[in-house]
Every structure is written in C-alpha cells, then in structure tokens.
Design a protein. Structure first.
Length: 480
C-alpha cells in the first residue's frame, strides 16, 4: 500500500505582519483610551457647568425674594405669582434651560408661569403638568427627571406664602441631552480621526517595518543560499542599530563556520595526503613479505615504524583541529619562574646538548601552562633535531614593555631566508639543514603557532641567534 505525502502549509506569520499587528493593537487601545477619556472629561465638565448654572439661578431667585420690589406698590411682593412673573421677565435663560414658576391655589389645578420664548416642543417641560406637580410636591431641592425626550436636571426654591394651602416655587430645569450631544459629537469625531490615523499608521508602519526588517530578510536569504561548499556570502552592515549588530553577529558566525569547514576540509586533505605514503609503504612490504623469518622481522619493524608515524600524524592533526575550539586554551595565573624551570627540566631529556637555563621572568602571568609547556618542548625538540650533540640550546623567559616572551635558542645552522615564511604552515618543511637528524611530518611548528595564537594577543616569531642559529619566541601581549 502506498501513501501520499501530506504537503505541509507554511502558516507562519511574518515578523513584519506581527510588528504591524502589535502596533495597530497598541494604537487602537491608545486612541480608544484617548477618545473615551476625552468624552468622560467633557461630560464631567458639562455636569459641573449644569450644577453651577442651577446653583446660580436658584441663588439669584433666593436673593430676589427678600430684595425684590413690586413695581405697582413699591413694596415687597406679597403675591407669589406676581413675584415669579416679574423675576422671569428680567431673566435671560440658556437655549437648553427653562425657568418656571409653579403655583397651586387652594382648590385649583397647577399654574405654570414661564418665559415667553420658544423652546422645542419635543423637549419642553412646561406642558408636562404631571412632572411639574411631582417637582412642586417633592421635598428635595434638586433632582433628575428621566423623560422620553431626555434627561432633565432641575432645582427649585420654594416660596413661603401667607395663604395656607397655596404652594409656590421657582424651578430651574436644564435639558442635559443638548449639551451631552456636543460631547458625543466630539467623541464620534475623535473616533473618525482615530480611524484615519490607524489607516495612515498601517501604511506608514508597513513601509517602515519593511525597511527596518530588510536586513533580516537579507539574513534569511543569505542563510538559504549557504551551503557547505559556499560559505562566502556576507550581509552588508549599515548603520549602528540592533539590526546592524545582528548583521555583524551573523557575519561573525559565518566567519567561524567558514573557518571550521575549511579546517575540516584541510584536516581531511592533510590526513589523506600524509597517510597515503605510509599506507602504501605498509601495503607494499606486506605484499612482498616472504617466508624467511629474518625478512618477516624486518618487515614487521618497518611496518611498526610506519604505523607509529601514522599515529603521530593523526594525533598532531587532531590537536590542530582542536585549536579551533574555544576551550583549546584555558588561561590561569602562573608563576613564570616555575614554568620556565619545568620546561627546562623536561627539555634536558630530549638529547645530549649543552642545555642552558637563560633568563627567567620572576613574575605572574595569565596563560595556559600545559599548552605553553607543550609548545616550548616542541621547540626544544625541533632544536635538538637540527643541532649536533654538544651544541648549546638556551631556554628562557623575559618580560619586556608590557609583553611576555618565552624562547628557545639553538646554535645550529639556522633557518634559510626562503624557508622563514613557510615553516609554520602545515606539512611544510624547510630546506634540509646541516645537523638534521630526523624528518617529521611538518606539523610541530604549526602546533606551536596554534598554541601561541590561541592566547589573546599571542604569536610566534623566528629570530636569528647571535653567533648563528635560530631563536623561536612565543610573544604574549596580554598575559601580564
């Protein structure tokens, strides 16, 4: 039975869309909060103004009652209806305000005294005798009246009458819906402006997010084009923002990957190149080996020697491969005097030479003692290979002008000028020199250079020895 692979759909939302959605969400919440807060502030101001107006009108009437003079008699008002008519004639009310006088003579219906001005019949309070009677009979001095035409805020001032059973009052009624409609209009206007602002923000945000994220898209496109065979792609770095820092970090990562792959390929190439010869030698000797015991012993000796050489080559190549790892060097505080003395004692066992412990820097340095010892012993071994028994080899350390130097100086034939630039490369050997005893794989000085450069500010230098010979120096700029 065959199965059909299910095609997966990429439903990921791009960073550009996510940024825009978050921006729109924050803008929507902010604009809605601004519009709602503005409406609340306007409504609060309207309520405050209405309260002030009601208070002002009632205070003016309260002051008029004891101070007002009847124009017909020249004395204080005794008739509530006449008091109300005279006061209302002298007042100018707002468009949404009604000033009313209410009286109810004994045995009669409610009398309504109002100003002679037009007010919308749909909102006017004076025809609503039921509501006005309730206001006149209410013990409260102010209140709110809910009507189909809208909310009415009212305040009243009762009038003491000399005639019992003849209640009268001055009433101020304010139709708040007219004022509140202004706040609602402003709220709707803010909503419309906010909608337009969101549309503009959407367009501008889309363009700006695209420009900001352009380097990220370049990173993605570059990553998609990378292969093991091509790690040369790099991202152009522009500006000094976080995106530029991301591009720099990505480029640094590509540099490390390129070096890692190059080292890996070089390791394979070097191993294949150097191991091919001993493998061929081993195979050739085994193929022609006869039955003679002496011949077999010689063949085994030669094969064992070649296998040992292959083992040393592999170990050296693995060490060089580890040099690319961040934990290859583990620096720690070290006493240079003890380190130099230890290297000298170990080097003396390498051959019959005139070993001299030269200068010794008596101070503390920060470096990897094991790797430095390995490099110095390798330099001492190199000096033994290129000198004759009894030749002088000097080992020492010194601190000069903020840098540390550890050196091995021999009295051999030295390094020819044409070889000075290649002897630190892998599998590169200098021209045969007088006194050379062995021929290695050409990895020793490469290991020394890797150890030196593994330290921050470290390097290895080749210098001439006074009186003839070669001096190899490990220079550590940041060890002290």
């Amino acid at each position: 039975m065959t199965t059909t692979p299910v095609k997966r759909t990429d439903r990921r939302i791009s960073a550009r869309v996510r940024i825009l959605l978050w921006l729109l969400l924050m803008m929507t919440v902010a604009l809605a909060a601004v519009a709602t807060t503005t409406r609340s502030l306007l409504l609060r101001d309207i309520d405050h103004r209405i309260n002030q107006l009601l208070t002002q009108e009632t205070q003016e009437f309260g002051n008029f009652v004891p101070q007002g003079v009847d124009p017909d008699t020249g004395r204080t008002f005794t008739d509530p209806e006449k008091l109300l008519r005279v006061f209302l004639q002298r007042q100018y009310s707002d468009p949404d305000e009604e000033l009313l006088g209410l009286t109810r003579p004994a045995g009669q219906s409610l009398h309504v005294i109002r100003q002679s001005r037009d007010i919308r019949a749909s909102v006017a309070l004076h025809p609503d005798r039921t509501s006005l009677s309730a206001i006149l009979d209410s013990k409260a001095s102010s209140g709110v009246l809910e009507r189909p035409a809208g909310e009415v805020r009212w305040a009243k001032v009762p009038i003491d009458s000399a005639r019992p059973g003849h209640p009268a009052a001055f009433v101020v009624a304010f139709h708040a819906d007219g004022e509140r409609s202004i706040a609602d209009d402003a709220y709707r206007t803010l909503l419309v402006i906010s909608g337009v602002a969101l549309l503009l923000t959407t367009g501008i945000g889309w363009v700006v997010a695209g420009r900001i994220l352009a380097p990220v898209r370049v990173v993605r496109a570059t990553a998609e084009q990378l292969t093991e065979q091509d790690l040369t792609q790099r991202i152009p770095v522009q500006g000094r923002d976080d995106i530029a820092a991301l591009a720099e970090t990505f480029n640094a990562m590509l540099d490390r990957l390129e070096r890692a792959f190059a080292g890996q390929r070089q390791f394979v190439d070097d191993a294949g190149h150097e191991l091919r010869t001993p493998i061929t030698i081993v195979r050739g000797h085994l193929e022609v080996m006869g039955d003679d015991p002496a011949e077999q012993r010689e063949t085994v000796r030669l094969v064992t020697d070649e296998l040992d050489r292959m083992s040393r080559i592999v170990e050296d190549l693995l060490l060089l491969a580890k040099a690319e790892r961040p934990d290859f060097i583990r620096p720690e505080p070290v006493q240079l005097g003890e380190l130099t003395a230890d290297v000298f004692v170990k080097a003396r066992a390498l051959g019959e030479r005139d070993w001299v412990l030269d200068q010794v820097a008596d101070r503390e340095a920060v470096l990897d003692p094991q790797r430095i010892t390995q490099a110095m012993v390798q330099l001492a071994q190199n000096a033994v290979q290129h000198t004759v028994p009894g030749a002088r080899i000097r080992i020492g350390s010194r601190a000069l002008e903020g840098r540390l130097e550890l050196y091995v100086a021999d009295s051999g034939p030295g390094v020819q000028e044409q070889d000075a630039g290649v002897i630190f490369e892998r599998f590169r050997r200098g021209t045969a020199r007088r006194g050379a005893r062995t021929s290695g794989a050409g990895l020793g000085l490469s290991i020394v250079r890797a150890i030196a450069e593994g330290h921050r500010g470290g390097r290895v230098e080749l210098r001439r020895t006074d009186g003839g010979g070669a001096t190899f120096v490990l220079v550590m700029e940041d060890a002290l």
